[in-house]
Write a protein that binds this ligand. Structure first.
Ligand code: ATP
Length: 379
């Protein structure tokens, strides 16, 4: 599913303006190798990335996200399709002629140079005057909060500090677009969380369009304005983190992002945006419908565990079953309900301070679905 029309700025050649996307990826495919060996790394992908957007390419290993990033950077050329930057076709431009910079997973800093020399390196290559380089390096050092370490060699600073230098170096020439290929993956958990906030701040303060690649769904949900979920070279869904999480359109997206319950049912009634679906329990549930889809007959519903509530058996429940397992996670508790129809349905409830568990394993229970909890899947 591609983006919703209302939110999807499309490139109109010859009419530059606010509605023009920063990057328009138009029906791009990249095939490596030929014949039986051919790998469709990117398969007919179209995305319009807006100006000043924090846009994330999310997907499992091998789904094509790095290849797509390399196509934007110019390290690869599309087999088919075009890439426009501010309305201009850049598909054939070499990387150094694109107003785009990349931060790599391994930072690729020069260990024998100081922090300041690393940050100024790209500007020197561009032949900028020395006073201008010095002023920009100072600004960048402040931006990434590394003023005090500017004369240290990068071999003598920590991983998180190296990451800041790599970011400062990539931001120094003021690119229109910054590409980030899993830049936080080498950091430990705590530092990674700090750098997520730091990256958001940098993007906000510089106003540069960020295209971020990750396989970590939580990282994508917390940092992005919009996310493209990819699998097998294709974009499966584009939307805000909330759209993607609450309204996954396909089974792959629902499964890849967060924990999910699937329920089978049959469409009883259909309106513009909703379907009334009858479950095997006899309950009727109103479910959202992905754009452009007209479901009929048997369908699968997706329901997030926290969008349901555990209730005593029979208490206006949409589903009924037996509580098979209770798992305490500190912040919340997961209840596994073996439904009468056979499936296991997970309910996640937040724990309250001093609260006590009133449900016991083995007892009959009901599950009540919250309003707008259900979504029909396309597949
Ligand atoms: P990861 O998260 O593991 O980096 P990814 O989603 O970034 O994965 P890509 O690196 O874009 O995936 O690779 C997509 C597919 O293209 C994979 O099957 C990969 O093996 C293949 N591929 C990538 N680069 C090449 C290449 N130069 N030659 C042949 N196949 C390639």
């Amino acid at each position: 599913m591609q983006d919703r029309p209302a939110g999807n700025a499309t490139a109109t050649p010859g009419t530059p303006g606010a509605s023009e996307p920063a990057i328009a990826i138009e029906r791009v495919s990249k095939i490596f190798g030929t014949g039986a060996e051919a790998v469709h790394a990117v398969d007919d992908v179209s995305i319009a990335i807006r100006k000043n957007e924090f846009f994330t390419l999310l997907g499992p290993s091998g789904c094509g996200k790095t290849t797509l990033l390399r196509l934007i950077a110019g390290f690869e050329h599309p087999t088919r399709g075009g890439i426009l930057l501010d309305g201009e076709d850049i598909s054939e431009l070499p990387p150094y002629k694109r107003p785009v910079n990349t931060v790599f997973q391994n930072y690729a800093l020069f260990p024998h140079m100081t922090v300041a020399q690393n940050i100024g390196f790209g500007l020197e290559m561009l032949g900028k005057p020395k006073p201008e380089i010095a002023a920009t390096v100072d600004t960048m050092l402040k931006l990434v909060r590394m003023e005090e370490l500017k004369n240290r060699r990068t071999s003598q600073i920590s991983g998180g500090q190296q990451q800041r230098v790599a970011l400062a170096r990539a931001l120094a020439p003021r690119p229109k677009v910054l590409l980030l290929d899993e830049p936080l993956s080498a950091l430990d958990f705590k530092l990674r969380k700090d750098m997520q906030i730091e990256l958001k701040r940098l993007q906000h303060e510089t106003g540069i369009t960020f295209v971020f690649v990750t396989h970590d769904q939580e990282e994508a949900l917390t940092m992005s304005d919009r996310i493209a979920v990819m699998s097998k070279g294709k974009v499966r869904q584009i939307g805000s983190p909330r759209d993607i999480y609450d309204r996954p359109a396909e089974r792959f997206v629902a499964n890849f992002i967060g924990d999910t319950n699937f329920l089978e049912g049959e469409v009883a009634n259909l309106s513009d945006e909703n379907a009334v679906v009858r479950l095997s329990s006899g309950a009727s549930v109103t479910a959202g419908v992905p754009e452009g889809v007209k479901p009929a007959g048997k369908v699968t519903l997706v329901i997030r565990p926290e969008h349901a509530e555990l209730v005593p058996a029979g208490d206006r429940a949409d589903l009924s079953g037996r509580l098979s397992n209770v798992v305490y996670f500190g912040t919340d508790t997961h209840y596994y309900v073996q439904l009468a129809a056979g499936e296991v349905f997970i309910v996640r409830q937040q724990n309250t301070h001093g609260g006590r568990d009133s449900f016991k394993e083995g007892q009959p229970v009901g599950v009540r679905l919250k309003a707008n909890a259900a979504q029909v899947l396309k597949d």
